[in-house]
Design a protein around this ligand. Structure first.
Ligand code: B3K
Ligand code: ZN
Length: 870
């Protein structure tokens, strides 16, 4: 394995030259696209003599400076760069390159998806289109001329406004687009293809009319309405919550089938994975409807947080991503259930981000060192980044936070800035000291919050002592005390919230822990209170407090914060599962059964929240929490808990199941909530395995008029290992085999099946006509779901799961390295396994390390994984 160059945050230098205007001309042909780029170059540093441009996989045709074609001694191509001698303050530079979009399987730069041309430039894909200063702090005005065959590519799209178009000879046509807003190259986009077009309008708060266009594959228009409605809601919401209006006259969204991520916020021309756009009740679940609304919102919100104010360098990625995730989470919470949205966000942080912090890829939300930037679109940068923004929101309050946002835009609109600039605006606008808080940007790792409590019955004083410590991470050994907001309440034996009094003054329950250890003394506290801590998950930390099951049951029943109630339910389940796994008990305790019975019998609750309270922590969550129990023991104990719960609560589950059944499909929040609850009951009933439940599952599948119900029944049958499962899987496949996007759900069911057959079933499914190794959605649905969503099969003690994943990574290394790097995560987390499994995993990592032509993406992750082993 040959080492590859890393870049360091501390080495940032302002660019020596900048480019203020860029005219791009594309002659589109699948195998030979010619790109002519005319740049207005300005020298920024008087000492500079050479202009160094980035480029990758380009065939250089010619270079011109101020009208003169340069002879070969005036420039050189080295290591992905074009170096041009340029000793002048201003120049017009014309570069002509040729590229091969049809054979670009990396899905970066200009490539083909289905029959269409499309682009993905973030982070460093623009350099696969032309030689350029491909860095986010170079902002230019773009004018783009696209020429292509008219029959095959009737739509020619780029950023901004269309200013010209027309027909040409030989069946070709052209369009010219101009984007008035200076932007970094990563926000450039081009699409050429044949689509169905859904149009709508939005009138902004100031009365401007914006044309909204959604382009989808022919025949799919009926699946575009939810995305369009979501876009309009997002536009209205950003005006109302943040006073932010859209700034162009047209907003386009294009759905493509081949895409590495969910979507991309290119200025005025978002490109989306079709999975994040297309939905109709028959083929998409409620969860997918929700995800589409959230991603549509996310990309739209980037127009201000990302596009109008962008990142100075890629180390600052969380400036736009953490903030925009926070914004999309708030949007979803205001469109639906705040508690359920919070629960889902916290699951991501606890399951995935905490694991990232504990593994070889640990990095702060603002990384210091990067080999391949695409590897840093992580749960740390995105989701922990959003938690850091949320903590500022908690500390400043909504009004203070809004003042900070306003000041941030006032200061930095049109600029490329840093995370520090953002925090500075928050600090200046609110007057709140965020000095220590800034450490959240530079320190990696998950703080552990330990709690000690003491009650003085005579004085009726309750002392709460919090201590923090952050374990060393792979990237950083030394850790400091952070500024941690801890939201809490005390519950008396009747479940009432005790009014908090500190030093004779009422206290709002938000503790600000800054030192390694701090105590708070609450006055006039009755005996036997239970502390409900870290309500609303007020900070991304692990809580270390030994609750008794009775205390958790009290929090679950009575806490004023719904998130805290859910958190208690999960702790109760976890307690039972570990006790079963470790052989400490054979029966689930009555405390837990009765607590869940009370949840089922409760009246007037949000059904979607009740559904969450009925779901057990995933095997991944459990594996993280318990160092001792191995994957298989956890798998079996979790199933055991579900079976026992189902049998003990059979009547209540069946009653709630029936009570939440609706005669026909509705897609409003109430209907979705009821459906979620009904299906959570069905799932548990299936785990009970009784004949009646099988009938219920089968009947629901057969009668379902929507995908949520059908898939819930299918999943219940598979997870419950019911005899009907095989037949239902066949029925699903027969119905959907021609629709790869829907088949992804079937692939995931194959991959996540319990029992010993998952791997061979996955291998067989790879031969299915709908499977395609070059499509990231298929790869994630089948291979990704196996490695990530079926720990028991992936960690099979014969090493077959590890070997299989490694074989697929080797194949993907040459097709799509970004996709490969994304699905390798479970292999990196060898530290959590026993020594036998560790040895097997490390052997596979070494096999990867030896691979000739190992991509930068995999190199970075493989070498970090192996470094930790030495
Ligand atoms: N900004 C894009 C992600 C680009 C990924 C580059 N590998 C999507 C988003 O966060 O909105
Ligand atoms: Zn984003």
């Amino acid at each position: 394995m040959t080492a590859m160059q890393a870049k360091f945050r501390k080495d940032y230098r302002a660019p020596e030259y900048t480019i203020t205007e860029l005219e791009l001309a594309f002659q589109l042909e699948p195998n030979h696209t010619v790109v002519t780029a005319t740049s207005q170059v300005q020298r920024q540093d008087a000492e500079a003599r050479e202009l160094v441009l980035d480029g990758e996989a380009l065939t250089l045709v010619s270079v011109q400076v101020d009208g003169e074609v340069l002879s070969q001694d005036r420039y050189r191509e080295v290591d992905g760069q074009l170096v041009i001698a340029l000793d002048q303050d201003q120049a017009t530079l014309v570069i002509t390159t040729e590229i091969d979009p049809a054979n670009n399987t990396t899905l970066e730069g200009l490539y083909q998806s289905g029959g269409a041309f499309c682009t993905q430039c973030e982070a460093e894909g623009f350099r696969r289109i032309t030689y350029f200063l491909d860095r986010p702090d170079v902002l230019a005005r773009y004018r783009t001329r696209i020429e292509a065959d008219k029959a095959s590519y009737p739509f020619l799209l780029s950023n901004g406004n269309k200013i010209d178009s027309g027909d040409l000879d030989n069946g070709r046509h052209f369009a010219v687009w101009e984007d008035p807003f200076p932007k970094p190259s990563y926000l450039f986009a081009l699409v050429a293809g044949d689509f169905d077009l859904l149009e709508d309008h939005f009138t902004t708060a100031s009365g401007r009319d914006v044309l909204l266009q959604l382009f989808v594959d022919r025949g799919n228009l009926y699946r575009g309405h939810h995305a369009m409605a979501s876009l309009k809601r997002a536009m209205a919401w950003d005006e109302q919550r943040f006073g932010l209006e859209y700034d162009l006259d047209i907003y386009m969204v294009v759905a493509v089938d081949f895409f590495n991520m969910g979507a991309m916020e290119n200025k005025g021309l978002n490109i989306f994975n079709s999975k994040a756009v297309l939905a109709d009740p028959e083929s998409a679940t409620d969860a997918e409807y929700h995800r589409i609304e959230s991603i549509i919102g996310h990309e739209y919100f980037h127009n201000w947080t990302g596009n109008r104010v962008t990142c100075r360098d890629w180390f600052q990625l969380s400036l736009k991503e953490g903030l925009t995730v926070f914004r999309d989470q708030e949007f979803s919470s205001e469109m639906g259930s705040r508690a359920v949205n919070r629960i889902q966000a916290v699951k991501v942080v606890r399951n995935q981000q905490f694991a990232e912090d504990a593994g070889p890829m640990a990095h702060p939300i603002r990384p210091d060192k990067v080999i391949e930037m695409n590897n840093f679109y992580t749960v740390t940068v995105y989701d922990k980044g959003a938690e850091v923004i949320r903590m500022m929101h908690t500390l400043l309050g909504e009004a203070g936070f809004r003042k900070g946002m306003d000041l941030y835009f006032e200061r930095h609109d049109g600029q490329a800035v840093t995370c520090d600039d953002f925090v500075q605006a928050m600090e200046d606008a609110s007057g709140i000291d965020l000095g220590q808080f800034r450490l959240w940007y530079s320190q990696s790792g998950t703080p552990v919050l330990s709690v000690a409590t003491q009650y003085d019955a005579e004085q009726r004083r309750y002392t709460l002592t919090l201590s923090q410590s952050t374990p060393a991470t792979a990237d950083q050994s030394e850790k400091h005390a952070l500024h941690i907001p801890v939201a809490m309440e005390l519950l008396d034996p009747n479940g009432n919230s005790v009014p908090l009094v500190v030093d004779g003054q009422p206290h709002n329950g938000l503790l600000e822990l800054k030192a390694e250890q701090q105590s708070w003394v609450f006055e006039a506290v009755p005996a036997d209170v239970v502390p409900s801590l870290l309500q609303e998950f007020s900070a991304p930390v692990r809580l270390n407090y030994r609750y008794q099951p009775q205390q958790l049951a009290r929090i679950l029943a009575h806490a004023s914060n719904d998130f805290a109630r859910w958190d208690a339910s999960q702790a109760l389940y976890q307690h039972e599962i570990f006790a079963l796994a470790n052989g400490e008990q054979e029966r689930v305790s009555d405390v837990t059964i009765e607590a869940i019975r009370a949840v089922l019998l409760g009246q007037g609750q949000d059904p979607a929240l009740v559904a969450e309270l009925l779901m057990q922590p995933s095997e991944t969550t459990l594996a993280q929490a318990g160092a001792d129990a191995d994957v298989e023991a956890i798998h079996l104990a979790r199933r055991d808990l579900q079976t026992q719960l189902a049998l003990a609560l059979e009547d209540e589950l069946a009653t709630v199941y029936r009570a939440n059944q609706d005669a026909s499909y509705g897609n409003d929040g109430v209907s979705v909530g009821r459906r979620t609850l009904k299906n959570a009951c069905l799932h548990l009933l299936a785990m009970g395995g009784r004949v009646d439940s099988q009938t219920l599952v089968e009947r629901q599948y057969q009668q379902a008029d929507n995908m949520t119900d059908a898939l819930a029944a299918l999943n219940a049958a598979n997870q419950g290992r019911l005899p009907v499962a095989a037949g239902l899987m066949d029925a699903f496949e027969t119905k959907w085999r021609a629709e790869p996007l829907v088949m992804d759900k079937w692939f995931a069911q194959v991959a996540m099946q319990p029992g010993g057959n998952a791997l061979s079933a996955v291998q067989e499914a790879m031969g299915h006509s709908a499977f395609d190794m070059s499509n990231p959605n298929r790869v994630r649905a089948l291979i990704g779901a196996f490695a990530d969503g079926n720990p028991n099969a992936f960690h099979a003690i014969d090493g077959s799961g590890y070997r299989f994943l490694t074989d697929q990574l080797i194949a993907l290394n040459s097709i799509n390295p970004q996709c490969a790097a994304r699905i390798m995560t479970p292999l990196m987390q060898w530290q959590r396994q026993d020594s036998e499994r560790q040895a097997l995993m490390l052997a596979e990592l070494r096999r990867l390390a030896e691979l000739p032509g190992l991509s930068r993406d995999l190199f970075e992750k493989v070498s970090k994984s192996l470094e930790q082993a030495n």
